[in-house]
Design a protein around this ligand. Structure first.
Ligand code: ADP
Ligand code: MG
Length: 706
């Protein structure tokens, strides 16, 4: 046995496929192509957040262009994240005409560092007057440039002529800086003199559905809104638990394989793939990364999921709730804090109770989550995600934190002033000689918690599948930076910092213990218990945005220099605007489908039934079966007509409202119920109509025929 292990140790680790990161202007490319001084200067900015030296821009641009052209690029684009949950790009070629009429390929430092797209058609929540349409994109060198489809992509931050932030990237970068600054204060106070920077590490797990393109194209709702607005349940859905981790269909394997290759080329470390709970649903997780790169990479993951699916004759649905009655899709954000010299600050070590650093970072995180629960909820608020949160498949809209049995025991002991004795890891013996003794984790998992400690990181589970993770990431970074700054204020004054850290932990956790909930978040008792504890339960986007009426929620972004009050408020405005627009589109799509597809199909079928009843009457048939069916249908057509009219009126009324909040509220509380009513009727009719006469592909087609 010993020999075997030694022999294995001698096998050299295999290198990753040649093409891994081949389309990325990565560290190796920078090191080999840039001058030593430029490389070192750029590295200091990327790795330890030093201010960028703009004098290196020309050299970087020239080298980057050279590399990109070798990779087949003819164009470059400043790639940014406007407040639309997607990315934006405008391509310019490297072509330039010189004074003597020669055509050359050029790319200047100025073109690398600053772009000027017209900002007037991006959401700004009233920040940018239309008359002042200028917007700028500024190079974010902390996330690498890459080549895709003949274009050099340069990650950038987007802001207005007046300097107001118009994107998700800039606040993320700011939050990373402030988190590092405040976290380092804590580390220094606790005696760490070596770490130069703290980064938030983020590993998102992306869920998605795949449907066959031929069915997708027959569903106006999927094409217009990303979700089915109608659809009777299929006879079987997810109740047998046979899809989660189930055998992958060959078509799906081929898709996933191609997707991995595309992502690996782009340096995105796709790691885990499997079937998810609902039929047709899957997951892809990448290896964690610094939050800004993780956010860029996740945007690429979503883009590639869509593009590769097309190649395989499928469509990738990233919507949070494409189908009623089965699980929706989320995006768990695994989040931790690490130093530049590789220490995970949320690693409890063998005895967390003696690990002052861990105690402070854990307590500060719990305090932040409790004090700013509303902001975390807001960071993931969209019309689509409202279908998930609280639907017993995803965490509820109530924020709480799971810390696990082990840490809970430690909390009990420390708060009671007792010494804590860490338990050993359990060993589990399966009683099978050929299976080795297994050392299992100290704590079981909790799959229902919105914010769960999973050993050395937290998993924030409320983010929706289609979202840009930047918003929850910068929110979490900001609120934790704020509580770390308070902790640092205390620790910096302490004569015995370790004892003070211990005291900080006890005081903080005692004051915020209500946020810790290790039970079942899906149970009907939890909302009542949460209410008793005073935890907010903002069950839809409109209520989530009203959290901004609490001035402390606006102030924290200002205090941490992440967003000005104007910028924060404009974000609330944009969320409400998007919410109203999204439901407006859904309502109009539903009306279109009912009026032009569903009702005519039903009326056609009723016409045939009527003909049969006429014939039966002429033949003096006494049996009333067909007449009964007909009368059922006539009744449904009546209901269908009334519900359609109600929705039409509600949607028209909503459109007349000019106040953003009032309009969003109207869509939420008046239009959505009309849509639900209409859906209920349509879904009751669908199973009564022959398959070949129903105008829409069914849930069976969409979820099982792929
Ligand atoms: P699960 O069992 O929760 O589905 P996955 O393997 O799908 O787990 O995803 C776990 C994610 O957590 C991966 O993206 C992984 O890289 C990430 N992760 C691991 N350690 C850290 C860390 N220290 N900080 C942030 N993310 C991490
Ligand atoms: Mg996973």
């Amino acid at each position: 046995m010993k020999e075997l292990i030694e022999a294995e140790c001698c096998i050299p680790a295999l290198t990753p496929p040649d093409y891994f990161g081949e389309s990325v202007f990565n560290d190796t490319e920078m090191r080999t192509r840039l001058s030593k001084s430029t490389y070192e200067s750029l590295k200091k900015t990327i790795d330890i957040g030093e201010a960028i030296d703009t004098s290196i821009a020309d050299e970087v641009a020239t080298v980057m262009k050279q590399w990109a052209v070798e990779k087949g690029a003819t164009h470059y684009t400043h790639w940014f994240m406007p407040l639309t949950n997607t990315t934006a790009e405008k391509h310019d070629s490297f072509i330039e005409v010189t004074a003597d009429g020669q055509v050359i390929m050029n790319f200047s430092g100025k073109a690398l560092t600053l772009g000027e797209p017209d900002a007037s058609s991006f959401p700004s929540g009233g920040l940018r007057e239309t008359a002042r349409a200028r917007g700028y994109t500024a190079w974010d060198c902390t996330s690498p440039a890459f080549v895709k489809e003949h274009t050099l992509y340069i990650p950038t931050a987007f802001f207005s002529y007046g300097g107001e932030i118009l994107d998700n990237k800039a606040p993320l970068l700011r939050s990373v800086e402030v988190l590092s600054k405040q976290g380092l204060r804590v580390l220094r106070a606790l005696g760490n003199t070596t770490s130069k920077r703290i980064v938030s590490t983020v590993g998102p797990e992306q869920e998605y559905f795949l449907v066959d393109k031929k069915y997708y194209e027959k569903r106006l709702d999927l094409m217009m809104t990303g979700r089915t607005l109608f659809g009777a349940p299929s006879p079987k859905s997810q109740e047998l638990d046979d899809h989660y981790f189930g055998i992958l269909k060959t078509r799906i394997v081929e898709f996933m394989h191609d997707l991995d290759i595309e992502l690996w080329k782009l340096g995105v470390s796709a790691k885990t793939k499997h079937n998810e709970v609902a039929p047709g649903q899957h997951e892809l997780a990448v290896i964690f990364n610094r939050s800004s790169e993780a956010a860029d990479n996740n945007m690429l993951v979503m883009e590639m999921c869509r593009k590769v699916a097309e190649r395989h004759g499928m469509v990738c649905l990233l919507h949070e709730k494409p189908f009623a009655g089965v699980n929706g899709s989320g995006k768990h954000i695994n989040w931790s804090l690490a130093t530049d010299d590789g220490k995970n600050l949320l690693d409890p070590s063998d005895d967390p109770s003696k690990n002052a650093q861990f105690l402070v970072f854990l307590a500060a995180t719990l305090k932040a989550v409790d004090e700013y629960a509303d902001l975390l909820r807001l960071s993931v608020a969209t019309a689509a995600n409202d279908h998930r949160l609280g639907a017993s498949e995803a965490p509820p809209a109530i924020i709480s934190a799971f810390i696990g049995e082990e840490l809970d025991l430690m909390v009990d002991d420390l708060l009671a002033g007792r010494a804590y004795h860490p338990t050993d890891r359990n060993q589990t013996n399966l009683g099978v000689k050929t299976i080795s003794l297994c050392t299992v984790d100290k704590t079981d998992r909790n799959r229902t918690s919105p914010f769960a400690f999973t050993g050395n990181k937290f998993e924030f589970r409320m983010c929706g599948s289609s979202m840009n993770i930047a918003s929850p990431c910068y929110t979490l970074n900001t609120v934790v930076a704020e509580t770390l700054s308070e902790a640092a204020d205390i620790l910096e004054k302490a004569t015995d910092p370790d004892a003070e850290a211990h005291r900080y932990f006890v005081d903080t956790v005692r004051a915020h213990r209500r946020i810790i909930f290790n039970g079942n978040n899906y149970s009907p008792e939890w909302p009542k218990e949460a209410e008793r504890r005073g935890l907010p339960n903002r069950h839809n986007t409109v209520e989530a945005v009203s959290a901004l009426k609490d001035s402390k929620n606006v102030a924290v972004f200002e205090k941490m220099h992440v967003l000005t009050p104007k910028e924060t408020e404009s974000r609330g405005e944009i969320i409400l605007e998007n919410y109203a627009k999204q439901i407006g589109i859904e309502a109009r799509t539903a009306l279109d489908m009912v009026t032009r597809e569903i009702t005519p199909a039903v009326v056609d079928y009723v016409y045939d039934l009527t003909q049969i009843t006429y014939q039966q009457m002429a033949l003096n048939v006494k049996e009333t079966g067909v007449r009964n069916i007909l009368s059922t249908f006539n009744n449904y057509i009546d209901q269908l007509y009334n519900a359609t009219e109600d929705l039409k009126k509600a949607e028209a009324r909503a459109q007349e409202l000019t106040d953003t909040e009032e309009q969003a509220r109207f869509y939420c509380y008046e239009v959505l119920p009309c849509m639900s009513k209409l859906r209920e009727i349509v879904d009751s009719i669908e199973p009564l109509v022959p398959e070949n006469r129903w105008p829409l592909p069914s849930y069976v087609d969409l979820m099982f025929r792929v």
